[in-house]
Design a protein around this ligand. Structure first.
Ligand code: GLN
Length: 534
């Protein structure tokens, strides 16, 4: 039988609720439990797929093709389990499903209401996460903060889950902020008290309170929170600011957060093995030299837009004991830039990540050209691969009109074109080529050397593809098509013959990178950058 843990947040957003949820999940997994994670986002969008990266940061893609909140990336990286379509639920998803049922007549003439119809739908998503994953414990994070109008239906559903499943099967963790007031120089518990009052107003009594604070909470403060919020004092856990986020689960473990949780859920406190995690912390704390990688994109103003890419770079750094410094290069500014040598002066590798639309495209093309000509290690991802191909077609093969129909619908040479099955699609949401697709690797290539496998599966999120009509010309001039989808013949990976490390892929390798298991394409990119530096 699955048990349920709900993580809510109070006072302010951005407290690290996702990291709290992931840390608890990691501890349970390290004690031998099967865990699964889920996030509720109370906004009305069906998924973040159609939101601007500036609004929402990156869109994380699951193997089964769900476009989800970037917190799912934290979950996967912490617990090293692949999540799926049941893992990210929004108000938009819940309402579409309820309205579809209403239109079908499923409610048999009844008046459709928030309670019970919407709340039932939410509960069903919670139970489905449990039954489809077969997990011992499902940990669900509720986005936003208590008191938000939009999260009310979700909170009511959680209250009902506790009522239906019983106290021994459901556990509530509430994360809050304990701010430090300069001048009087003290930590304040009142915001925590108020946010717990807010939670109780909707019928939820937290079982544990995780307090984000700049310093460790003294016993007296914990007692105060305990007394006013009605939780045992050892259930008040502090979450101090850390330099190394991998330290957070260990801090919770030292305060016995996982033991308390298991005991309250009537689950045996099995032996824990954190050895690999402790090794990771040690490695992260002792990285030797620094290496600069240029990341060229149009959303560089909001680093969250490239969260998984940044993480994957760091993971590769852990593998080779180097600290990654990112040189954020705004692709739009690059279009007019006179001195590219100056922009890339200290960069030992150039990465062009995914993206949409035509803003900054010419800047990215210049960056790809710079990497090719100066033999700087290059990694292109999704749009980054399309850019690399356009650049090569224009500047090496002399196809001067080469472009993508995404940027120039009627371009002379549509080297990158809309996939044929995309041509009749009108809706923007959820209609890209999403999730896992196979890719067959050609022996003797960089890609094969990296993966050491014939057939790989990677996650996708794109609408345009390489136009195979141009394959032969590009091949003749030295482009290698090292990865191909065996079913559609679609180009998945390209490389360059005359370059020590120039590789680009149509998929998103960053989603599968883990702190303890760097993704092969990122690992070899960083390895090549280290060589280049030397
Ligand atoms: N805009 C491109 C496409 O749709 C690339 C997408 C991406 O980089 N994720 O094909």
């Amino acid at each position: 039988m699955t048990k349920y843990v709900f993580v809510t947040g109070g006072v302010v957003s951005g407290l690290g609720k996702g990291i709290t949820a992931s840390s608890l999940a990691l501890l349970l997994k390290s004690r031998g439990y099967k865990v699964f994670m889920q996030k509720f986002d109370p906004y009305v969008n069906v998924d973040p797929g159609t939101m601007s990266p500036f609004q929402h940061g990156e869109v994380f893609v699951t193997y089964d093709g769900c476009e989800t909140d970037l917190d799912l990336g934290h979950y996967e990286r912490f617990i090293d389990e692949e999540l799926n379509y049941t893992s990210n639920i929004t108000t938009g998803k819940i309402y579409s499903s309820v309205i579809e049922k209403e239109r079908r007549g499923d409610y048999l003439g009844g008046t459709v209401q928030i309670v019970p119809h919407v709340t039932n739908e939410i509960k069903q998503k919670i139970y489905e996460a449990g039954s489809s994953s077969g997990a011992d414990v499902v940990i669900t994070e509720i986005g936003g903060t208590v008191g938000d109008i939009e999260s009310l239906a979700f909170l009511e559903a959680l209250r009902q889950v506790r009522y239906e499943q019983g106290k021994e099967n459901v556990f509530f963790v509430h994360t809050t902020l304990v701010p430090y007031i300069y001048g009087s120089n003290e930590l304040k518990t009142k915001p925590t008290q108020h946010s717990v009052i807010e939670l109780r107003r909707v019928g939820i009594q937290p079982d544990m309170i995780v307090c984000r604070a700049p310093v460790v909470l003294e016993e007296g403060l914990k007692k105060k929170i305990s007394m006013f919020c009605d939780v045992p004092v050892d259930h008040v856990i502090d979450s101090v600011d850390v330099k190394n986020i991998y330290q957070i689960p260990v801090n919770y473990y030292q305060q016995k957060a996982d033991e308390i949780l298991l005991r309250e859920l009537n689950l045996p406190v099995q032996k824990i093995d954190l050895s690999k995690w402790l090794d990771l912390i040690d490695r992260v704390d002792h990285l030797k030299e620094e290496i600069e990688i240029a990341l060229v994109g149009k959303y560089v103003g909001l680093h969250d837009a490239y969260l998984s890419v940044m993480e994957a770079l760091k993971h590769a750094g852990y593998k080779y004991n180097v600290k990654i410094k990112i040189n954020w290069v705004d692709s739009e500014a690059l279009e007019q830039e006179k001195n590219l040598d100056k922009v890339f002066a200290h960069s030992k590798g150039i990465l062009i990540p995914g993206g949409f639309g035509n803003r900054g495209i010419e800047g990215k093309i210049r960056a790809a050209q710079y990497a090719r000509v100066h033999q700087i290690p290059f990694l292109g991802i999704c749009l980054g691969m399309q850019i690399a191909v356009i650049e090569f077609a224009r500047n090496v093969c002399g196809i001067t009109g080469a472009s993508s129909t995404e940027f120039q619908e009627l371009c002379e040479d549509p080297i990158i074109d809309l996939m044929s099955d995309q041509k009749s699609i009108i809706n923007k949401g959820g209609t890209l080529r999403l999730g896992n697709y196979a890719c067959k690797l050609q022996k003797g290539t960089l890609a094969y050397k990296d993966y050491k496998e014939d057939l790989i599966y990677e996650r996708h999120r794109h609408r345009y593809e390489f136009n195979n009509r141009y394959r032969e010309v590009l091949e003749q001039k030295g482009m290698i098509f090292s990865g191909i989808n065996p079913d559609s013949n679609l180009v998945e990976i390209i490389e360059l013959k005359s370059h020590p490390h120039f590789i680009a892929c149509q998929f998103h390798p960053e989603f599968k990178s883990r702190p303890n298991r760097s993704h092969p394409l990122f690992a070899s990119f960083i390895e090549a950058s280290i060589h280049y530096k030397k």
